[in-house]
Design a protein around this ligand. Structure first.
Ligand SMILES: NC(=O)C1=CN([C@@H]2O[C@H](COP(=O)(O)OP(=O)(O)OC[C@H]3O[C@@H](n4cnc5c(N)ncnc54)[C@H](O)[C@@H]3O)[C@@H](O)[C@H]2O)C=CC1
Ligand SMILES: O=C(O)[C@H]1O[C@H](OP(=O)(O)OP(=O)(O)OC[C@H]2O[C@@H](n3ccc(=O)[nH]c3=O)[C@H](O)[C@@H]2O)[C@H](O)[C@@H](O)[C@@H]1O
Length: 461
């Protein structure tokens, strides 16, 4: 029986390995992590991450061909194929700080693999890594196991899932990318990994390339997606200045088959753990290769995103007569997108901090994010004056508020009884829709002053 070990039981490692176990009953899959709390959550009824459909998949396989363990070395030792899905955050200090990827976790995983292995292994980069990481990993593996005569094949198999739709993305991927060495052993390893995916992915969706193309394609993929959002967000600012409507512009663009319909929703800004980190990584690689103009081009994508978030805060403050000091503002949604509890790099953090900087009092509600997480993200000190309240439902958040900011597009915010809400707010009552999800005309008829990204401004505002 083929044995797989997945190192890293996070947003990628957990769901990815669970789906492989589901689709390949003949393969034993062990998911390992150094975090005891994460592993015990994977072994409990309350999984460590919220992802629609994940619980069902885990429940079907756990205890059969899927297990979660902190015994990293044992399962690495036994495995034929090792997927490494550890985190690769942006470096915070030293060379390349603020841009380069921090490969500390990856390197420590590679050293541990070298230390415990006694048989040939295929080691797969599932994490997003800089181009040519496989070369460095290869050196660490081979230089540490010289006397054992072990053959390592390193493959790049980047993950393209999105949070909130991870299970659907994994069950029905638009493509699987496998990069490997183009020599006979490398090509053989590629075929072995391909054989796993062909249990459920059609052959024509599995792309094979050389290692460096696969590694760079992942960074390029996220850069292109983020660039589209910054492009439409830049247009949203121009729409507000000219009277055009960004949703109408998006619709017109989406009908151009050369452009297509996805990733054209203007918003308060993109968030998530990866877009910013991966673009910064790309910028660093460009700079390291002397490509200043290319680095500057990609850096602008992040700058526009920062601008969009600060523009939103500016709009809230200026609309509310240039002061939000002491005013209660309801924040609906804190996660970086709907259907996830993940708050990494969520635009809500910057918006909330911006409003707190102007002394607003925030009442925050998110259906999936815990109070603890929100307080941690906003670095609220227990001793300071309490300007932030995390509450259990939208109506409570909005009661007696001067304004409402929609920061995540949770479906339930569409069905709020806005007439009832209006009655309980301080007048004039403001709505700032950072996700363009509400019916502006309907809200204005009720009496709200409404600001929606990229739409003509309310004449009363
Ligand atoms: N979150 C996402 O939607 C996507 C993330 N990625 C990439 O996948 C990688 C992982 O991302 P996430 O799953 O979000 O990170 P995460 O932080 O949720 O999970 C990483 C896990 O690795 C564990 N870990 C770190 N070093 C370890 C070691 N030496 N041995 C065992 N476990 C170790 C950590 O304890 C943590 O639980 C990153 O490179 C990211 O860029 C790629 C596609 C999608
Ligand atoms: O490498 C990764 O981590 C993943 O990053 C993104 O996935 P994810 O961040 O989970 O979610 P997205 O749906 O891409 O949304 C990212 C951010 O952009 C925002 N967004 C998205 C689309 C859009 O039209 N407008 C917009 O503002 C979202 O609200 C969210 O804050 C990519 O879509 C995945 O392909 C990739 O695998």
């Amino acid at each position: 029986m083929v044995k797989i070990c997945g190192i890293g039981a996070g947003y990628v490692g957990g769901p990815t390995m669970a789906v492989i176990a589901l689709k390949c009953p003949s393969i034993e899959v062990a998911v390992v992590d150094i975090s005891e709390s994460r592993i015990s959550a994977w072994n409990s009824n309350k999984l460590p991450i919220y992802e629609p459909g994940l619980e069902e998949v885990v429940n079907q396989c756990r205890g059969k061909n899927l297990l979660f363990s902190t015994d990293v070395e044992k399962h690495v030792h036994e495995a034929d194929i090792i997927f490494v899905s550890v985190n690769t955050p942006t470096k915070v200090k030293g060379l390349g700080a603020g841009k380069a990827a921090d490969l500390t976790y990856w390197e420590s995983a590679a050293r541990m693999i070298a230390h415990v292995s006694n048989s040939d292994k295929i080691v797969i980069e599932k994490s997003t890594v800089p181009v040519r990481t496989a070369e460095a990993i290869g050196k660490i593996l081979t230089h540490n196991t010289k006397t054992k005569g072990i053959n390592y094949q390193i493959l790049s198999n980047p993950e393209f899932l999105s949070e909130g739709t991870a299970i659907q993305d994994l069950l029905n991927p638009d493509r699987v990318l496998i990069g490997g060495n183009q020599d006979p052993q490398g090509l053989d390893a590629i075929q072995k990994l391909k054989a796993i995916y062909t249990h459920w992915v059609p052959q024509d969706r599995i792309i094979t390339t050389n290692l460096w193309s696969a590694e760079l394609s992942k960074l390029a993929d996220n850069a292109f997606l983020a660039q589209r959002i910054s492009s439409i967000n830049a247009m949203s600012a121009l729409c507000e200045a000219t009277g055009a409507e960004v949703s109408q512009v998006s619709l017109a663009l989406s009908k151009n088959t050369k452009i297509g319909p996805k990733f054209l929703n203007a918003s308060v800004g993109f968030g998530g753990s990866c877009f910013q980190k991966d673009i910064l990584n790309l910028v660093y690689i460009c700079e390291s290769n002397g490509l200043t103009e290319v680095a500057n081009y990609w850096r602008e994508v992040i700058k526009v995103n920062e601008y969009q978030k600060s523009r939103f805060v500016h709009r809230v403050v200026t609309s509310m007569f240039n002061t939000v000091s002491g005013k209660k503002i309801a924040i609906l949604g804190f996660a970086f997108k709907k259907d996830t509890s993940d708050t990494r790099k969520t635009p809500a953090i910057d918006v909330c901090k911006g409003l707190l900087g102007d002394d607003a009092c925030l009442s925050i509600y998110d259906p999936r994010v815990t109070q603890n997480q929100i307080e941690k993200d906003l670095s609220i000190s227990c001793s300071g004056v309490k300007h932030v309240n995390v509450v259990g439902d939208a109506y409570e958040a909005i009661r007696d508020a001067h304004g409402v900011c929609i920061l995540t597009e949770w479906d339930e915010f569409k069905t709020i009884d806005y007439e009832r809400v209006y009655e309980n707010m301080v007048k004039p009552a403001f709505v700032f829709d950072g996700r363009n999800m509400l019916d502006v005309d309907k809200l204005r008829k009720i009496g709200f002053i409404v600001y929606s990204i990229g739409k003509p401004l309310d004449q009363c505002g």
